[in-house]
Design a protein around this ligand. Structure first.
Ligand code: 6R9
Length: 580
């Protein structure tokens, strides 16, 4: 029997308070994600239950119980208090997927500060724009990654402390603090009493223009995350759950920390590079039952074929789900054939904080469709011209949601205008708080889709130029700004180009400065330049030299035109192209 029972009945009798019932949470208890994922689970008598089964490079294993999570996260919370960090201040977590990352996340939240996880693969420039934007006060990192922080620390006036939690402490600089998690087991800590809107987790997400935006969530997001985890991922007390996402991405916090641990479920983390064989071995050894992953990984598994699957015992698996990019019908059908289970597609965003449109256990799957709105979510498709909700099945428009679900982001840090521009139907002077209660308002996702006559949603594509590579959003502007800092490059445009496994990869068009000539060396040099400054994901897979980039009359580079040429689409109206 699935946790959700009947989808139709749940939709009819829905209230987000059901999340409180699912967590057995009483109104007089403290609302705090950090404590609800550790202290509360211990108070329910599950202190000795395994919370985290971790495996690193080379197969090294560590296991932590919920009581370990409790006392070790208390340690981080106390450590931050002693450093003078105040509630509301931002603490960046910049590490590989090591146990310290997961435990410090809870500790930061327990003392009321804001957790800002960033991918450890980020280069110094990606790191700098995000720390600068957030006025981050403390960064937790490791010996391996501290070099990148050193490079930029002089340009970050708000950054007061650099704390290194792993690696050789003898090689640190005087101003860096070493902290070993295991030495900070603190039995009692007075948890910060948060409200639903008290800032909790801050994730940066890329848009078409400008630098990435910090989507701020509140502690009340836990209701949405816990309920979707229970009803969509169907987690039960004895499950062994594996979310393959890195907490630098919202999936890795909403469903790789908060969802499972708020429900007291054991989860596994594999902190090593991807190979299909390593993943299957991990599932076999840990007897994983529920697996939440992403289409790019699934396509890679498909490429490695069915024979490999047969070499492992994957019979522990009982439920699979996917997020991040369109999950093609072939992948759903293939997974049903080889694992005996279809991957259930789920659609949501950094901004929504939890699943919005999803396939649900017990509801018929139409392979290639994202499924239906989660109970309690009012979704619509807005007409591309008028922004009015369409009524005709099959009409392509913008996916939109009525504000009011608990995990909705509260703001874009320091960008109230962009926040407001995400909503339509709002009076011009409407402030974010009011937006959340007005019935006439839609939050517009920035993706295009249609629904069919049975209410299933079908993804069409993004409504902007953001590149989705392997499930990760990369902003073209970020890449272009970094490219023009290269001495050889005069102008640059970045687009997504089709790719069989990653859906899209980055392709860039550049014009060179006068004294430079195209060459293989230069190409490699540019690729590495971006990999180091931004990240491996942002690194261009192809560089095309141009005499001149196509532009609008107002001088904006016409990425859409370059993209249409690349994808073989209709080029469309060129009347806004610059005259020669
Ligand atoms: C959780 C997450 C959000 C964007 C979203 C859309 C794409 C996510 C999808 C999907 C098709 C799905 N996306 N899930 N596209 N089908 N099931 O991915 O957050 O990194 O903010 O990305 O990803 O374009 O708008 P985020």
């Amino acid at each position: 029997m699935s946790n959700i029972g009947s989808y139709e009945k749940r939709r009819e009798n829905f209230s987000w308070d059901i999340a409180k019932e699912v967590l057995a949470w009483k109104e007089d208890e403290i609302l705090n994600i950090g404590a609800m994922c550790s202290d509360r689970i211990c108070a329910q008598g599950k202190g000795d239950k395994k919370a985290l089964i971790w495996q690193g490079f080379g197969g090294k294993q560590k296991t932590y119980t919920f009581n370990d999570l409790r006392v070790l996260s208390n340690g981080f919370a106390k450590f931050l208090q002693d450093l003078g960090v105040a509630p509301g201040e931002k603490v960046c977590l910049f590490m590989d997927k090591i146990p310290e990352l997961y435990v410090s996340f809870l500790g930061v939240l327990k003392m009321g500060a804001v957790a800002q996880p960033l991918f450890s693969a980020f280069g110094d420039e990606s790191l700098e724009v995000r720390l600068l934007s957030a006025d981050t006060k403390v960064i937790f990192t490791t010996r391996k990654h501290v070099k990148k922080v050193r490079k930029i620390q002089d340009r970050l006036p708000a950054l007061e402390k650099i704390v290194v939690v792993e690696g050789n402490p003898n090689k640190l600089r005087d101003e860096e603090i070493y902290m070993s998690m295991e030495d900070f087991r603190v039995e009692n800590f007075k948890v910060y009493e948060a409200g639903p809107d008290t800032p909790s987790v801050l994730h940066y997400t890329s848009g078409t223009t400008g630098q990435p935006k910090g989507a701020q969530h509140g502690h009340g997001s836990i209701w949405g995350q816990a309920l979707t985890t229970s009803w969509v991922l169907d987690l039960k007390d004895d499950d062994i759950y594996w979310c393959t996402a890195d907490p630098g991405w919202v999936t890795g916090t909403s469903y790789g920390i908060i969802g499972p641990w708020s429900l007291g479920v054991t989860q596994c983390v594999l902190d090593s590079g991807f190979t299909s064989a390593a993943w299957y071995k991990f599932i076999q050894e840990n007897k994983v039952t529920v697996w939440y992953s992403a289409p790019t990984a699934i396509r890679s598994l498909m490429r490695d074929g069915e024979e490999l699957v047969k070499q492992y015992d994957l019979s522990s698996l009982r439920h699979l789900a996917s997020v991040g990019e369109p999950l093609n019908a072939e992948a759903v059908i293939w997974s049903e054939k080889v694992y005996g289970l279809p991957f259930l597609d789920t659609f949501w965003q950094t901004e929504t904080g939890s699943m919005m449109i999803t396939n649900i256990p017990g509801v018929k799957i139409k392979p290639g469709s994202m499924g239906k709105p989660f109970p309690g979510i009012e979704a619509g498709i807005l007409d591309l011209q008028t922004n009015e909700p369409v009524t005709e099945p099959g009409t392509v428009g913008l996916i939109a949601f009525r504000p009011g679900w608990p995990s909705m982001f509260k703001e874009y840090v320091k960008k109230p205008d962009i926040y407001r521009s995400k909503f339509v139907g709002a009076a011009d002077d409407a402030m974010p708080a009011e937006l959340r209660v007005d019935e006439s308002i839609w939050y517009v996702s920035g993706d295009r889709a249609s629904f069919d006559k049975d209410g299933y949603y079908w993804f069409v594509g993004r409504d902007d130029d953001v590149i989705n590579t392997g499930g990760h959003l990369v902003g073209p502007f970020e890449i272009e700004s970094a490219l023009v800092e290269h001495e050889a490059i005069a102008e640059a445009a970045a687009i997504g180009k089709p790719d069989e496994v990653n859906m899209e990869v980055v392709k860039v068009f550049i014009t060179l400065n006068p004294s430079f000539e195209p060459s293989d060396d230069l190409e490699l040099n540019i690729m590495n330049f971006i990999r180091k400054r931004l990240s491996p994901l942002a690194m261009p897979q192809e560089i095309e030299y141009m005499e001149k980039l196509p532009k609008t009359r107002s001088g904006k580079i016409l990425r859409r035109y370059l993209k249409a040429l690349e994808w073989g689409h209709e080029v469309g109206d060129l009347s806004t192209l610059e005259d020669d």
